[in-house]
Design a protein around this ligand. Sequence first.
Ligand code: ADP
Ligand code: F6P
Length: 483
Amino acid sequence: MSKTIIISNRLPVQLQISNGDITAIPSVGGLATGMKSVHSGGDSLWIGWSGLTDEEIPDVLAPKIDKALAEHGSSKVRLTKEEVNGFYFGFSNRTIWPLFHYFLEYSEFELSYWETYKTVNQKFADAILEKAGEDDTIWVHDYQLMLVPQMVREKRPNISIGFFLHIPFPSYEIFRTLPWRREILQGLLGSDLIGFHTYDYERHFLSSVRRLLGLEVSFNDIYLDDRVIKVDSFPMGIDYKKFHEAAHEHAQRNESQKSELQKRLDTHKKSAPDAKFFLSIDRLDYSKGIANRLKAFEYFLNKYPEYKEKVRLIILAVPSRSNVPQYKLLKKEIDELVGRINGELSTVSWTPIWYFYRSMPFENLIDLYTSCDIAWLTPIRDGMNLVAKEYIATRTDKTGVLILSEMAGSANEMNESLLINPNNFEQIADTLYQAINMPKKEQQERNGILQKRLERYNVEKWANDFMTSLVNQKEKEDVYVSR
Ligand code: ADP
Ligand code: F6P
């Protein structure tokens, strides 16, 4: 029976060694949380990196790795410490990530990173070739693996390959600065279908293909001598039902069933019923605009001082890529900003910012989503931003306000939220004021529309649309080849 092989750098879980044994912790990030729902259907195999380098795994634990991953329908690609440094911390996160998020000044064009990226992409391709039958469908994910489609195509000319990019594809003027721009495009063109979150990213990609490779592009099809490749946008959805039902179940809990976090949130709400909680949840990443958000919060409190002691900002930042210097610097900047703002503004009964730097279990995410009046997400640039969608899905009584950066891919589908430019503090302060004072009826009207849309175009529909489009494209290609 044919199967789908999902391939991405991150697996649904990351392995860690604690107390001399292997433990699996859920991976954080849009790709992992979204694809997990698709993969749980049971008829796919997920290939990726376990999160441990070869050097970290003692011989005695090696057999346990495969077992731990098999429990999650996954299989590993082995990477050495040097490979992880050059491929993951290097080319993926010091070259491509900043470039594709328009942080050109952070991008490092280092030949050794590129060489390791090629070697590791070949390892991933080899892992697919080892597991894939001729009738299987290969679904490659994200910027860490952009050479894989062509590497697989060379060995299996007829196999079905889809590729989805979870981050923005930048405009031609940015992309052209990459020394290996043609190789990256050629790598991607090994696919039959290339998917992006938004129409803009799709357009940018097609423009680069036209201008850098001089290929014939008709609407969203790219013509090669013997193949036609389709490029399209598929905005990724969430597992709406999972979030919505978790929030319903959460609302029914009695005191003894509540988490410590929830009890603390309830206590604060009871002591100041008119106070408003603002929430932001992100990986600690410069693209997420966390520092801007803190400065804008201070700006808001200075512009509208009547809200001092009446609002609180809860920031949940999950540690991410902490070996990369820009992330270390950002962590320091955020620690300092939180310390300074809290130091200057706190009173005996009020701490303006609650800052958590950690990953949290799903249950606590639901505590936060359901308890906070306003979700406030200000990425400077974001491929999609699923947190915005998750917040709306948990608002079972339809109250709550979402303030969202227009630079997030999800803003295209969430027009009923309050959209802001993350660099415009004046606009942000006024929007926070608007959100605090928004009548309940208006909140419910806006969220009602958003919820219907998110429920309809959920992650399952997203994956089905992508797969259906891949099948159709393969048929179209067969006709083209036999013409
Ligand atoms: P990205 O993929 O860039 O990290 P997204 O907003 O698209 O951003 O996805 C983030 C995912 O990670 C969401 O599904 C969110 O629930 C999850 N997540 C983010 N922060 C945390 C955290 N501190 N603890 C647990 N899960 C988190
Ligand atoms: O969704 C974008 C993304 O970069 C994914 O590719 C990645 O899995 C996630 O964010 C988290 O990043 P990382 O895998 O580097 O922890």
